[in-house]
Design a protein. Structure first.
Length: 130
């Protein structure tokens, strides 16, 4: 059975996020990749490591390597767009001084939603281990 929006409106695993926010947060592949990577770690992950991991995943899917320009672009977009968006929604904690990101409980709930929406999606296995 294919999930519908109404399936998620009454789902108690969603945390406190409204359905439209969930879809918005999951709409970009960089945010999905970040959430999956953060879920693999108990402690905060440096923005540098997270950027490198996301860039490697994109390079694999695009069929080319990670160039310094791609890594720079990913780091900038994570810092200025994607991490703040997830932080403002309360799914990650972002320590600007330390430049670290940590997954919160609502972030884990968001990942459960992602798995329900796309059970065939696999986490990127090509990123660097941290």
């Amino acid at each position: 059975m294919v999930p519908t929006i109404s399936d998620f409106e009454n789902d108690s695993t969603a945390g406190s996020l409204p359905t439209h926010t969930i879809y918005d947060l999951l709409s970009h592949r960089r945010r999905r990749a970040m959430l999956r990577r953060l879920d693999e770690h108990e402690s905060p992950v440096s923005l540098s490591d997270l950027s490198r991991w996301v860039a490697l995943g994109e390079a694999d899917s695009d069929g080319d390597g990670v160039r310094s320009e791609r890594l720079r672009n990913v780091r900038i977009s994570l810092y200025h767009v994607h991490v703040p968006k997830l932080s403002n929604a309360g799914v990650v904690a972002f320590d600007r001084a330390e430049r670290t990101v940590e997954l919160l409980d609502d972030g884990r709930a968001l990942l459960h939603r992602l798995e329900a929406l796309d059970p065939s999606s696999e986490p990127n296995e090509h990123g660097p281990s941290t």
